[in-house]
Design a protein around this ligand. Structure first.
Ligand SMILES: [Ca+2]
Length: 386
């Protein structure tokens, strides 16, 4: 079944596709210890079942976008049926199933609770699911999780309580205030899997939850999941030490094991030596400079520093010797909490100057703007577009 809603959602889908903050690889294989297939005992206190998929038809609340739904008896965790969703995600950037009740859910009577469900994946590749929950104020909180190929596991997304607290009241921020992390470690131990926080308003208006959307975005393959027992659960007591000792002495996640993790200095040295061995065998391309610049290309001034410079109207990376080079892996580069403008400058004598030993105190401040006294001195220095 293909929904006409697809066109309506397409602009948003394209917007999301451009987001740089996709942190979970769509085809990653979980290297974490295998969780038990049965829900943790600690999570079995159900407050309210939203969908158990036990009827003869798919719930009318379910809207499909480039996806097909069917009821299946495989992987049911409550009753005998579950909802299987097959996403046409190879051909469509945004595929989804949205549960949208006629009347928004009022969950204001609950405190310290989560949305939970079992999900299984009988496809050929893992399925990265985005979970959007929207309230009646049009606020959305987006989370994600990777559902590996295999049987059902329990997943949950907090709706209230524990680490959702935002002490200064600024809800629309990606990082968690207590930890500085985008997504916190679990606040209770269980076999269930917590959705990874992505962006949006963490504390939604529980007087009215308008929709719950499971989507697959910008995937190269068709994907599928089976969902059952979409419900609200009471959060078990919070582990107050959930942020303690989460980073080991090598700067790694101390609470999880993964391929390539360093367990000792000897192991680190062995990895280093193995990597150096592969690098020493590499041969430089014939038209590359000592810094791998392009010797057959334009030759700019040799300033002794890596820098950027415009060549024929386009920005280029330049080696200290003045050759252009190409680099992969460039990520966000910005000044600390500063706005960025091109083409304008100000009287520098009116702006506090930095020294080489500054420790960028602006990082702990708000947006670092030009002081008001310098504003009248603003002038155009370049009309070239960046
Ligand atoms: Ca069921």
């Amino acid at each position: 079944m293909r929904s006409p809603l697809a066109l309506r959602h397409l602009p948003k889908a394209l917007l999301l596709a451009l987001s740089p903050a996709v942190l979970v690889a769509c085809n990653q294989t979980s290297t974490t210890p295998q969780a038990a297939t049965e829900p943790s005992k600690a999570l079995e206190e159900t407050l309210q079942i939203l969908y158990s998929f036990e009827g003869k038809d798919i719930p009318t609340d379910a809207e499909l976008i480039w996806a097909q739904a069917s009821l299946t008896q495989a992987d049911a965790s409550e009753g005998v049926q579950a909802l299987k969703i097959k996403m046409d995600s190879a051909a469509n950037a945004y595929t989804a199933v949205t549960f949208r009740p006629d009347t928004p859910w009022d969950w204001s009577e609950f405190q310290d609770f989560s949305l939970a469900m079992e999900m299984a994946n009988r496809g050929e590749v893992s399925t990265q699911i985005y979970l959007d929950i929207e309230d009646i104020d049009n606020n959305v909180y987006t989370r994600t999780v990777n559902v590996p190929v295999g049987g059902k596991k329990t997943y949950y997304a907090k709706m209230n309580g524990h680490d959702l607290a935002t002490p200064n009241g600024d809800e629309n921020i990606e990082l968690n205030f207590a930890s500085g992390l985008r997504s916190n470690p679990v606040t209770w131990e269980s076999d269930s899997i917590q959705f990874v926080s992505m962006w949006g308003k963490k504390n939604l208006n529980l007087n009215g939850i308008r929709r719950i959307t499971f989507s697959v975005q910008t995937a190269l393959r068709d994907k599928e999941i089976t969902i059952d027992n979409l419900r609200l659960i009471a959060n078990p007591p919070q582990n107050e030490a959930f942020l303690n000792k989460i980073v080991d002495k090598f700067g790694q996640n101390a609470k999880d094991d993964f391929v390539g993790k360093i367990h000792s200095e000897e192991e680190m040295h062995a990895q280093r030596d193995a990597e150096l061995k592969t690098l020493s065998g590499g041969k430089k391309l014939s038209d590359r400079s000592r810094f791998s610049g392009w010797t057959a290309g334009p030759k700019l001034e040799a300033t002794g520093f890596f820098r950027t410079e415009k060549v024929d109207g386009k920005w280029a990376l330049v080696t200290p010797d003045g050759y252009l080079y190409f680099a992969t892996g460039i990520d966000i580069i910005r000044l600390s909490n500063s706005t960025t403008m091109t083409g304008y400058d100000f009287d520098q004598s009116l702006i506090q100057q930095r020294s080489a030993d500054d420790t960028t105190p602006e990082d702990s401040m708000g947006l670092n703007t030009v002081p008001m006294r310098a504003v009248p001195s603003r002038h155009v220095t370049s009309k070239n577009p960046c």
